[in-house]
Structure formats: C-alpha cells, structure tokens
Design a protein. Structure first.
Length: 224
C-alpha cells in the first residue's frame, strides 16, 4: 500500500517574486483573505476618519489632498498609492497582485464606507469608534500581509528604503510617516490623539496578530 504524505508547509512569510507568489499554492484561500483584508482595511480607515479624533498618519495626507483637489478621500488614497509605487522604481521593488489590489481596493472601499458611516456624537462613542478602527485595522493589515501576495505600496516603500539605505526599519517608518503627517497638516488634514494612537499601536498589534493570519505555503517554496 502506498502512503501519500502531505507536503510540509511553512507559516513564515516567504520572499517570493510576483509570479512565484501566484504559483506558491493555496491561491484560492490567499485571494479570499487578501480581498477581505483590503476591504476591512478600507472600512477601518473610514471608522478612524469618522471618529474625528485624529487620522492615521497617511490619512492626514489623504484628507489634506481631498481638501485642496477635486477628489474624495478614497480617490486621494488611490492617487497617493500610485505616486508611492513610482518611488518603487529606483528602489527596484517588485509589486505583486496584492500590491496593485491594495492601491485600488482600499480607496474604493473607504469611499463606500464613508458614504454610509456617520460619525457618532459625544467623546466616548467617538473614542470607541477610534479604538475599534485601530484594532480592526491591525487585523486587516495582518490579513493582507499574511496572504503573501505582495506588500502594500507604503509597506514596500518602507522596506525598500530600509534595504537601500541600511537604516533601521523603525527609523525609516517614522521618517516616512512623520513627513506625510507634516505635509498633510499643512494641507489641512486632521492631526490628533488618533494619529498618535495609530502610530504607536499599529506596529505591535500587527506583529502580534500576523502569525494567526500567515497562510502556510509549501516549505520548498517558502524557503526561496
């Protein structure tokens, strides 16, 4: 009798190119997780915006762009994502399906969520909405990263600069987000407690949640 052994899988993040990401296995599961994560990400950005206690760092910029240009916040997210992807070229970063999807889906869903979600009255309900938005945003981030179909445009910019400059990843992230916050505030974006909370909480929360959402790939592919 022949015994068929299931292939070993690795639940760590794999370093795969765009084509290898699609051929690495479990694609159906990963696509579902990717798009659910991106949709949830867009909804949570709308939640933080409607709390009006300070936006996520990049959304300070997106809101500022929307105040001065004939576009919605969601469209500003898409436009900014496209501009960030242009910065990938000199960094020689390789976008995947998840990268392109992130650049488009998050902004569209954010606009749809903003159209149906009203901001609550009172500080306590707004604070709860902010906390829920930040917490669920970490879940969404872990979901789309764990799908292993390519980093988001802003994630890739951060890791690309880290690789090219040799600077610590935390310093690179702080520099990028600090720069976009300053520019966003100049354009009229909302800076507040929510901005600080998001900046401090999203990294540790995502790191804690990520192991739960990394889709295991065949060990031979994940080790490339």
């Amino acid at each position: 009798m022949t015994t068929h052994l299931a292939p070993r899988t690795s639940r760590r993040l794999a370093d795969l190119g765009p084509v290898e990401q699609l051929r690495a296995g479990r694609l159906g599961r990963r696509l579902v997780q990717l798009y659910l994560g991106l949709a949830l990400y867009g909804v949570t950005l709308a939640m933080v915006l409607r709390a009006t206690l300070g936006n996520a760092p990049w959304d300070v910029l997106h809101q500022g762009m929307a105040r001065h240009l004939p576009m919605s916040v969601g469209t500003a997210i898409v436009v900014a994502s496209g501009l960030v992807l242009l910065l990938w070229v000199p960094l020689r970063e390789k976008p995947g399906l998840g990268t392109v999807s992130n650049a488009i889906v998050v902004g569209i869903v954010a606009d749809l969520a903003l159209a149906v979600l009203d901001g609550p009255e009172g500080l306590v309900p707004r604070g709860l909405l902010l906390l829920a938005g930040v917490g669920l945003n970490a879940v969404a981030t872990a979901m789309y990263i764990g799908a292993q179909l390519g980093p988001g445009p802003r994630d890739g910019l951060m890791t690309g600069l880290h690789r090219r400059t040799g600077l610590p990843l935390g310093l690179v992230r702080t520099g990028i987000e600090g720069s976009v916050v300053v520019l966003g505030v100049v354009l009229g974006g909302t800076l507040g407690l929510g901005t600080l909370l998001y900046a401090l909480a999203i990294g540790p929360l995502t790191q804690w949640l990520l192991p739960w959402f990394v889709v295991g790939l065949p060990a031979s592919d994940a080790s490339r």
